[in-house]
Design a protein around this ligand. Structure first.
Ligand SMILES: *Cc1c(COP(=O)(O)O)cnc(C)c1O
Length: 363
């Protein structure tokens, strides 16, 4: 359900031009091949129906989502572009893929068998990507399945292999030796398969250096401003601005507690700002008692439990802050990673949790 357009208590502003700029920067960092736009989970929570056309307009011709339903929702917005479904084809869904011109990522011998059969039914080879597992142990052909396929490549009759891909386990940790092991395993797998372009790097993989180059990079998070090189300066532009309005500011005495279960008690006479945002908006409850918002660029500590619709902040040191003012939750100088740190998660989860209740503005 779309929120009704009215005076809003919480706003999410999404900068489409910054997403496009990030896509171009990723392309420049990955000159060996094309750069896709991963727009799964509704564009990491920011709106695939707005983001995919903006990337398409900029020249992006490869898109990935996780579910067939997500692909169907944007198919007509990116005409002619490769649109791949990372989670693969569920049994019985094959005809829908063909009818809509959506490409499955085949991640098991069974996926291959069903897609090849669909190709024979259609009377023509059907486009697909092939996913080789090189260490993630989630999806993709494992070593035994790969050996079976390499011993009998006719299993791919009826399949037109557009890309062979794998997915990196720890690309954001460049010193993890698994990166090199996966690169070698992937090269070996490709050498034993019918020749096809390769797809390797996710966002962080793009920054692992030229050895991780391929014909198609698949960045998601970095498009949306999440730092693909944690611990180093973020090469990406910030994309969102999230703010919530202060509904009330109240004065409490030293010794009074704030919020459910009274997990925070004022050590001094304090001013508490109650902001119009809560865990129902994806402002994660795990941040309770940790983290901060910003007012006029200065940090404002979160105190007490985050509740469903409200979050409380200690504004004792901000005498100019009053009811009706806005607290910055994510924005310039306050990356999603900050909220992630407070909640014990990563920026990906902060973005994909962003709720449907915010007034969303695309700029
Ligand atoms: C989500 C996903 C990506 C994008 O990963 P980021 O880390 O967000 O860049 C790429 N490939 C696969 C298989 C994925 O599941």
């Amino acid at each position: 359900m779309m929120p009704i357009e009215t005076v809003s208590g919480a706003e999410l502003e999404i900068d489409l031009a910054a997403i496009v700029a990030n896509w171009r920067a990723l392309g420049a960092a990955h000159p060996s091949g094309a750069t896709a736009g991963v727009v799964k989970a509704d564009g990491y929570g920011l709106g695939a129906a707005r983001i995919a056309p903006a990337l398409y307009e900029a020249g992006c011709r490869h898109f990935f989502v996780a579910h067939l339903s997500e692909a169907l929702a944007i198919r007509e917005l990116v005409p002619g572009a490769l649109l791949g479904v990372l989670n693969g084809p569920l049994p019985g869904s094959e005809a829908e893929y063909v009818a809509a011109g959506i490409m499955p990522v085949l991640g098991s011998l069974d996926d291959i068998f069903r897609w090849a059969a669909e190709g024979r039914r259609a009377g023509r080879p059907l486009d697909a990507l092939l996913h080789i597992d090189t260490g993630m142990n989630r999806l993709g052909l494992d070593a035994r399945q790969l050996a079976t396929l390499q011993a009998d490549p006719s299993r791919l009759d009826g399949v037109s292999l557009r890309y062979v891909m794998t997915h990196l386990v720890s690309a954001e940790e460049p010193d993890d030796p698994i990166n090199a092991r996966q690169r070698v395993a992937f090269a070996r797998a490709c050498a034993g398969l019918p020749s096809a372009p390769r797809s390797l790097a996710n966002s962080s993989g793009v920054f692992l250096g030229p050895e991780f180059a391929s014909e198609l990079a698949r960045p998601g998070a970095a498009l949306y401003g999440i730092n693909p090189t944690p611990g180093r300066p973020n090469p990406m532009r910030g994309v969102i601005r999230l703010r919530a309005r202060v509904l009330q500011v109240r004065e409490i005495e030293a010794g009074e507690s704030v919020g459910y279960n009274g997990i925070w008690t004022a050590a001094r006479p304090s001013r508490i700002a109650t902001a119009c945002v809560g865990y129902a908006d994806g402002w994660l409850r795990a941040q309770s008692g940790r983290g901060h918002a910003a007012f006029d660029g200065a940090p404002v500590p979160l105190v007490g439990r985050v509740s469903m619709d409200l979050t409380t902040y200690d504004v004792t040191d901000h005498p100019t802050l009053h009811a009706g003012d806005w607290l910055e939750l994510i924005g310039p100088g306050l990356p999603a990673e900050q909220a992630a740190l407070a909640a014990g998660t990563n920026g990906y989860e902060i973005l994909t949790s962003l709720g449907a209740r915010y007034a969303r503005r695309y700029v």
